[in-house]
Design a protein around this ligand. Structure first.
Ligand code: HEM
Length: 491
């Protein structure tokens, strides 16, 4: 097992905090030197100012956990040297807005419609503040603001709030928080996980990856790149009313129970029990800690798994089977090579079926973490969520929960035992709309110290760059030209 530097790796990469609140502060670098100093304070080790949460072992769970994401524009604004900037991967350099099309962020989800300047190149720093209680959240926010506003270091562009819902549910009513990859050399999983451990380099830069003899390139210098990772931050609005209405219509259309249809769309019943373990009923008797012990075909991990290669229990096109096909066959045999860590919390109050049109936005503040945005987040969104080509029999269908289903004639296929053709359910729409996003580098504590020390021994303090060097290139999977994010400037 590799030795992982838990003391410097940001905590949210390796552990689930299980805290009920999250506040995301979206910031612009106003004064580079003061901003570097502010970042340095987060890893100074003093108790006077809020400190970065690393993956160091806890004896007592802290009251809050603070993590930092930096966009490419942010790294440039902080004064990173050109050779350092040029060593970052092209999709991160281009940024979330420029890469929107290939992950299905078109129409209502396109960056032109993103809120709060999230598509703007002014978005430099994101602070992710998880907390156990409201007073802690407010107190730490006040301390942070006093430091970054007081010194004129950072300008606040927007603030985004999320809160856990009763019974660990996400909007659309599914219990969440079961499946996460277990990382080699990481921390013990919060929920028992039967799948093979993910190599450390699938989630932490500088370690052997999921591909034989391959390590993802580490941005230079090593003090900056090593032990970092990348995250796609997403604000995803959920159309709860549209989703529930679809379930009712689909039940009438197919004659199936609407809760069974909800389970077929996700791959789990709304209580989190996977269809693979309980295909006909919600299986309440299955204990929580067993709800992640399944595979879609017999495998080394689960030799007695039901052979569901046709998707009679769990449709091949369901959300969790698309996002993690486990040992089932997919194009390129890349099933267990595209894993992703999911962090985040829902926003907006619980959906009330008795007051469906309350006009309140609900959704998810999500972070999708992996060492390669292109090979993990973007691949999942482009090839597995928004195409049907990765497994036989999916035709031109898309993920029923997160797919871009605003195309006319979007359908979901439910394979039925004894029937030659699957049940075809129509009437889908895009139940999830992207309201904003950012591609972030999650630097290690060492990297933050490196950034804070830039120019400290020089009188030459750089000014904010006026233009950023943007690579043009092609996404391996989407074959779309990368657009300059400046094309989306929102103000
Ligand atoms: C609002 C949007 C979303 C909703 C409502 C949603 C809902 C869910 C639910 C209910 C589960 C099952 C709980 C669990 O297995 O822990 C799940 C699992 C999962 N989701 Fe999503 N999800 C959303 C967005 C996404 C996105 C954008 C991605 C990827 C980029 C993603 C990737 C996954 C993965 C990898 C799993 C675990 C699958 C497994 O290992 O079995 N989800 N999601």
């Amino acid at each position: 097992m590799p030795e992982l530097a838990h003391a410097v790796i940001q905590g949210l990469i390796l552990r689930t905090y299980a805290m009920p609140m999250l506040r995301v502060l979206a910031l612009k670098v106003a004064q580079p030197q003061a901003a570097r100093q502010f970042l340095g304070q987060l890893v100074s080790g003093t108790q006077d100012s809020p400190q970065l949460a690393t993956a160091t072992d806890w004896t007592v769970k802290p009251l809050y956990c603070l993590n930092v994401g930096l966009t490419y524009a942010g790294l440039a604004a902080l004064g990173l040297q050109p050779d350092s900037l040029a060593s970052f991967p092209e999709e991160f350099v281009a940024g979330a807005a420029a890469r929107a099309e290939c992950v299905g962020d078109t129409g209502r989800s396109s960056p032109e419609n993103w809120i709060d300047q999230l598509a703007s190149p002014d978005l430099h720093v994101l602070l992710f503040l998880f907390a156990q209680a409201d007073d802690v959240l407010e107190q730490v926010t006040t301390q942070l603001r006093a430091t970054y506003s007081g010194s004129g270091a950072l300008y606040e562009l927007s603030v985004h709030e999320a809160r856990s819902l009763p019974e660990s549910k996400a909007h659309f009513g599914y219990r969440d928080g079961f499946a996460q990859p277990t990382i080699d050399g990481g921390l013990p999983p919060a929920m028992p996980d039967v799948l093979p451990r993910a190599p450390a380099g699938e989630f932490v830069l500088g370690h052997p990856s999921q591909y034989a003899d391959f390590t993802y390139p580490v941005p230079i210098p090593p003090a900056l790149g090593e032990n970092g990772s990348f995250a796609a931050f997403r604000i995803l609005a959920q159309d709860c009313n549209g989703f529930e209405q679809f379930l009712t219509d689909a039940a009438i259309q197919t004659g199936l129970d609407r809760e069974l249809i909800a389970a077929k769309l996700c791959g789990r019943w709304r209580n989190g029990v996977p269809l693979s373990l309980s295909p006909d009923s919600p299986g309440e008797q299955i204990p929580l800690e067993e709800r992640n012990s399944f595979d879609y075909v017999p495998s080394d991990s689960v030799p007695d798994a039901f052979d569901d290669r046709r998707g009679y229990r769990c449709p091949l096109g369901s959300h969790i089977r698309r996002m993690n096909p486990r040992s089932s066959a997919v194009a390129g045999s890349s099933g267990l090579k595209r894993r992703i860590i999911r962090r985040g919390l829902p926003y907006g109050p619980p959906y009330d079926a008795l007051n469906p049109g309350d006009g309140i936005e609900r959704g998810l503040l999500g972070l999708f973490i992996g060492v390669s945005l292109k090979d993990q987040f973007e691949f999942l969104m482009s090839d597995w969520a928004n195409k049907g080509s990765f497994a036989p029999g999916l035709r031109d269908t898309r993920d029923p929960i997160i797919g871009n289903n605003s195309v006319s004639g979007a359908t979901f296929l439910i394979p039925m035992p004894g029937q030659k053709r699957p049940l075809e359910v129509s009437g889908l729409s895009s139940f999830v709309t992207t309201r904003g996003g950012a591609y972030c580098f999650l630097p290690s504590a060492t990297a933050i110290r490196y950034i804070s020390g830039l120019f400290s021994d020089s009188s030459l303090i750089p000014c904010l760059p006026q233009t950023y060097h943007v690579h043009r290139g092609h996404n391996l999977y989407c074959t779309l030209p990368i657009r300059k994010y400046t094309e989306y400037g929102s103000d």
